[in-house]
Design a protein around this ligand. Structure first.
Ligand SMILES: [Zn+2]
Length: 325
């Protein structure tokens, strides 16, 4: 019988450009649905075939080496060119164990290396690295500026406590994780935020990502800093911008105003002849740079008159009107 090409993407129901995460999600969903142990006795064998196919597809598409080989060959592969399948690696008995085998197509592509590994794991060939996980860390500007220890809770995959990531219990698949070897868990993480943290900055926490069921290295956790909008400051790189209200007489004659800054309120000089929209630079009051120095704070002047005008002030405004004629 000629060896049939298997469309692993179709089997997992993913697009060809699906991300590792999408492939994994789809696999986990399908593996749960088609798990032989969850089927009525009569449908076990049939579900087992399907389960085996899903596992095989995942075995290939989740392994960068196998995936690229598979992608290179594509549906145009020539069955006649394929080496004969290694029959001896396969089992004929119809018990649950046989769901662990691989198709002739798989074995002709990857040989017995892809088959049952030395560790006895049915679907995973040797240790491999766990996946990286991304998480977001929303921070107020003040918190980011302060730096230091930050706590966040993430939902991350962990090795299934029931089967220890082996996917199996006894001679069957682990019912707790549906044979995936992983479960989702909320995890509390403490990370050290550098004092120059900025929006979009990624912190890599080595080994805090998804575990590797084959005994390999865990993936990394990538924490992305997201600065929350601030009511007073606009952030632009390491510079900040804020607006300050200036009274007409300070604007005309020069004066001093209170300005908010990250370290608390400061007083700055308003030069004589300041008009609305003028940007005053206050050096070194912005965010921290990597070298420890700081960006600048820009203060934009906005002219306004006091809310109430008494008789004396009205007289002075009159005089100003006279003088400007
Ligand atoms: Zn399990």
């Amino acid at each position: 019988m000629p060896i049939e090409f298997k469309d692993y993407y179709a089997i997992l129901g993913v697009k060809k450009d699906a991300s590792p995460d999408e492939i994994k999600k789809s696999y986990r969903r399908l593996a749960r649905v088609h798990h032989p142990d969850l089927q009525p006795e009569k449908q076990k064998a049939q579900a087992g075939e399907k389960f085996k196919e899903i596992n095989e597809a995942y075995e290939v598409l989740s392994d960068p080496g196998k995936k690229s080989k598979y992608d290179r060959i594509g549906p145009g592969w020539d069955a006649a060119q394929a080496p004969p399948p290694r029959r001896e690696a396969r089992q004929a008995s119809p018990d649950a164990e046989s769901f662990a085998g691989f198709s002739d197509f798989f074995e002709s592509l990857f040989g017995e290396r892809g088959s049952r590994s030395q560790s006895g794991r049915p679907f995973r060939a040797g240790p491999r690295q766990g996946q990286d996980i991304e998480a977001e860390l929303p921070l107020s500007l003040e918190d980011a500026f302060r730096g230091g220890e930050k706590k966040l809770t993430i939902e991350a995959p962990a090795l299934c406590p029931a089967c220890g990531g082996s996917s199996r219990q006894g001679r069957g698949f682990c019912p707790d994780c549906g044979g995936v070897g992983e479960v989702s868990q909320n995890r509390s993480i403490t990370t050290h935020l550098p004092a120059h943290a900025r929006d979009g900055m990624r912190l890599r926490l080595r080994g805090q990502g998804a575990p590797a069921p084959g005994g390999g290295r865990s993936g990394d956790l990538l924490v992305r800093v997201r600065l929350l909008p601030h009511p007073l400051f606009k952030v632009s790189g390491v510079d900040l911008e804020t607006t300050v209200t200036v009274a007409p007489w300070d604007a005309a004659l020069g004066g001093e105003v209170a300005v908010p800054s990250l370290g608390g309120t400061i007083r700055i000089k308003i030069p004589a002849g300041t008009r609305t929209g003028r940007r005053l630079r206050i050096a070194g009051k912005g965010l921290r740079k990597e070298d420890g120095s700081r960006g600048d704070l820009y203060v934009v002047a906005r002219l306004d008159i006091p809310e109430s005008t008494d008789g004396r002030m009205a007289k002075l405004y009159e005089q100003m009107r006279e003088a400007s004629r």
